[in-house]
Design a protein around this ligand. Structure first.
Ligand code: HEM
Length: 494
């Protein structure tokens, strides 16, 4: 642990002691939680956790304490679930009990439980159902989701062509493409890649994702009270979230001014329509604040996850050029060079489908999922988790479970292929989590990943600037999100 982190821990402990003293109350132990490392007062198990790589720390602890153990994040106990069997028994077999959202202070301070990701109970059910239905309806609208994504893939390819195979860091370009897909759904249209507002929006989302995945973001999630009083980069999370909220609010206002209930143009219009239909209902969940936060959730949830997966995927394919060549060979055979890839092609491209699944398994862009909580007192594997207990489904550990994947540490598309080369589904694939909180953008994300991935590889061979063996696939940051090391490539026209 470096000196900065030690000083920070000391500071946090002092402020925590003070707050505890002022409050005059500690945490009451109820229920019968699984055992885990012994916590210190206030600090909890901080000394057993590397806040810069909390995922590995939890995974290591599971080797000692087994697939279900309790960890104290500061004074707050959290039950950690490791490996396929434990995560599946909780999120799938006891889906209702494990469907509440747990604490995520970095985002809760901002959303105040509005929107979908951090809401609970009836509000969550109603808003989630509405969003799922509305996203589904866009597949049947004037322009299908598929067409929107194909258009975006063409723009991405045009931009890559302009690099003329010169070294290029694709990070920001890929985020602009994925953000544009979700922008076209919520705002009605895509942005030009150089649009100033758009660049601000994508830049903010990118920074927030990095900050919440950093050690500072983790420290805030563990000690939200004291950290709120301390200076540090974590404060930028809230400044950026607020700026993003202002951008979304501005768009909502523009929509309100030109709103025609007979002709909803996009997600925001559909929400405004519902607000109008329920404006006499004092219990309605459809009001401006939930609209702004829900839109915010979709933009945030739909941009960085897909773009980080693609960025990781391209890096992996450069490390394993033989796999890139096999994807391109399958593509030549099924699609050829003269038309754009479409969703239907996926069913005829088992190898490519397996590679994309393996990229998601291997890269684990949300390695701890998003925290859950139990909706009521819950019996689980002989323990009693009191209502509201936080639960971390360690998705990373599911993807690294040797009982489910032959060689989990190795990138190998065979993890998703049968003996005849057909695509093989694996229930332990949980990149989108499982159960009632499963990612609501899964369908959209899967189409995006397939179309953007294949359209780029149809036009270019991606070549690294170093020798493939030197490419480091370990994450640069691994917290709420996992982020690959930055890199440059050459997009060489095929
Ligand atoms: C590769 C891309 C993506 C990955 C890996 C991913 C992964 C996840 C995961 C692990 C969760 C947490 C589920 C849980 O609580 O158990 C989640 C939730 C969520 N995702 Fe995604 N996601 C992706 C793309 C998207 C897209 C494109 C959207 C937008 C349409 C989206 C919107 C959401 C929302 C709103 C939630 C909260 C669901 C709830 O609390 O009920 N995600 N996602």
């Amino acid at each position: 642990m470096d000196i900065g982190a030690t000083t920070l821990i000391l500071l946090v402990s002092c402020v925590s002691c003070l707050l505890l003293f002022l409050n005059g109350k500690g945490q009451k132990n109820r229920g019968h939680l699984p055992p885990g490392p012994c916590p210190l007062p206030i600090l909890g198990n901080l000394l057993q956790l590397d806040t810069k790589d909390i995922v590995q720390s939890l995974h290591m602890l599971s080797k000692r304490y087994g697939p279900i153990f309790t960890i104290h994040l500061g004074p707050r106990p959290c039950v950690v679930l490791c490996g396929y069997q434990a995560v599946k028994e909780a999120l799938v077999d006891q889906a209702e009990e494990f469907s509440a959202r747990g604490d995520l202070p970095t985002f809760f301070r901002f959303t105040q439980g509005n929107g979908i990701v951090l809401s609970n109970g009836e509000k969550w059910k109603v808003l989630r159902r509405f969003a799922v239905q509305t996203l589904r309806n866009f597949g049947m609208g004037k322009r299908s989701l598929e067409e929107r994504i194909q258009e975006e893939a063409r723009c991405l390819v045009q931009e890559l062509a302009q690099t003329q195979a010169a070294p290029f860091d694709p990070t920001f370009l890929i985020s602009r493409a994925t953000s544009n897909v979700i922008c076209s759904i919520v705002f009605g249209d895509r942005f030009d890649y150089e649009d100033r507002n758009f660049l601000t929006l994508v830049g903010l989302i990118d920074q927030i994702f990095h900050l919440v995945s950093s050690g500072w973001g983790q420290m805030y999630n563990i000690f939200p009270g004291p950290m709120s009083y301390l200076p540090g980069p974590h404060n930028r999370i809230f400044e950026n979230l607020e700026q993003l909220r202002l951008l979304v609010s501005e768009r909502v206002k523009m929509h309100q001014e030109s709103f025609d209930p007979n002709c909803p143009r996009d997600f925001i219009d559909c929400f405004l329509l519902r607000m109008e239909q329920e404006n006499q209902d004092p219990l309605s969940y459809f009001h401006t604040e939930t609209l702004v936060m829900t839109t915010h959730n979709l933009l945030f949830g739909g941009t960085e996850t897909v773009s980080t997966t693609l960025r990781y995927g391209f890096l992996i394919l450069m490390k394993y050029p033989e796999i890139q060549a096999k994807v391109q060979a399958e593509m030549n055979w099924v699609i050829g060079r003269h038309r754009s890839p479409c969703v239907e092609d996926r069913a005829h491209m088992p190898y490519t489908d397996a590679v994309i699944h393996e990229v998601q398994r291997f890269s684990d862009v949300l390695p701890m999922g998003v925290p859950h909580a139990v909706t009521r007192d819950t019996q689980f594997r002989g323990f009693l988790l009191p209502e509201g207990t936080n639960v971390i489904p360690l998705l990373f550990s599911v993807h690294k479970d040797p009982t489910q994947f032959k060689d989990p540490a190795t990138f190998d598309p065979a993890h998703f292929l049968d003996e005849r080369g057909g695509f093989r589904k694996n229930d332990a694939f949980m990149a989108f989590s499982a159960g009632k909180r499963i990612c609501l953008g899964e369908g959209l994300a899967r189409i995006e990943l397939f179309l953007l991935f294949t359209t780029v590889l149809q036009c270019f061979t991606l070549t690294p600037l170093t020798r493939p063996e030197e490419i480091d696939l370990s994450p640069l940051l691994s917290g709420l999100g996992a982020v690959p090391h930055p890199y440059e490539f050459r997009a060489v026209p095929r």
